[in-house]
Design a protein around this ligand. Structure first.
Ligand code: ATP
Length: 199
């Protein structure tokens, strides 16, 4: 799997529709300070489901939408699409190419798409779980992240290692199963109450 292309519109400093192609091998993005290099990494993290505005270097989620400049009015929504080559079937879907899209409006409404089909954030999270490219994964190491990982609590440091070991989806499914068991146990108690009332 590799990231082939990213398309952004209205995301942070990218007011206009902008597409960047990545070829296999190393790609370096160079430019003056404040020209938007880190915003590209933020866009990748955002489309993969990042929900923390702080991790995207903002104070609220709306900060990812182009806020206007001296010459341009603010924009009302932003959209980011990643195109991934999946010919090696690293992602567990039958497609050679996978696109994921996230769109958000200033009103707060969000939309997600996989291969242009509307989906839930959860579908995107599950698709990338244990792929090495998920929201918590080790494939995007932002500024200060190494220092943060070294100084953080050991439990928090486990995230990227668990992703690399491929156990995140099992932990996720275990939590889901435990939640359903709790719900079922609560339903059984309720049914027992109703039965004893009827007897
Ligand atoms: P450095 O080399 O200093 O790390 P950089 O090239 O990585 O810089 P970024 O941090 O990606 O630059 O981009 C910062 C720029 O993005 C700033 O000019 C900032 O004003 C602009 N920016 C961030 N959020 C928005 C927004 N919502 N609307 C418009 N511009 C924004």
């Amino acid at each position: 799997m590799f990231l082939k292309r990213i398309d952004v519109v209205g995301f942070k400093s990218f007011a206009d529709k902008t597409g960047i192609d990545f070829s296999p091998g190393i790609t370096a993005v160079v430019g003056p300070n404040g020209s938007g290099k880190s915003n590209i990494a933020d866009a990748i993290r955002w489309v993969l489901g990042e929900q923390s505005a702080k991790n995207l270097r903002g104070s609220k989620m709306e900060d990812v939408i182009f806020a206007g400049s001296e010459t341009r009015r603010p924009i009302n929504f932003c959209e980011v699409t990643l195109t991934l080559d999946n010919t090696d079937r690293h992602l567990p879907v039958v497609f050679d190419e996978v696109t994921v899209t996230r769109r958000v409006y200033r009103s707060g409404e969000s939309e997600y798409f996989i291969n242009r089909q509307p989906c839930r954030l959860r579908d995107i999270t599950e698709l990338f779980m244990d792929s090495g490219m998920g929201r918590e994964s080790y494939s995007i190491i932002g500024q200060g992240r190494i220092e943060e990982m070294l100084s953080t609590r050991p439990e928090d440091r486990r995230g990227p290692f668990e992703d690399a070991a491929g156990i995140v989806k099992f932990k996720f499914r275990k939590r889901e199963a435990e939640r359903k068991l709790e719900e079922t146990a609560a339903n059984i108690v309720r049914v027992d109450d109703l039965l004893s009332e009827l007897q």
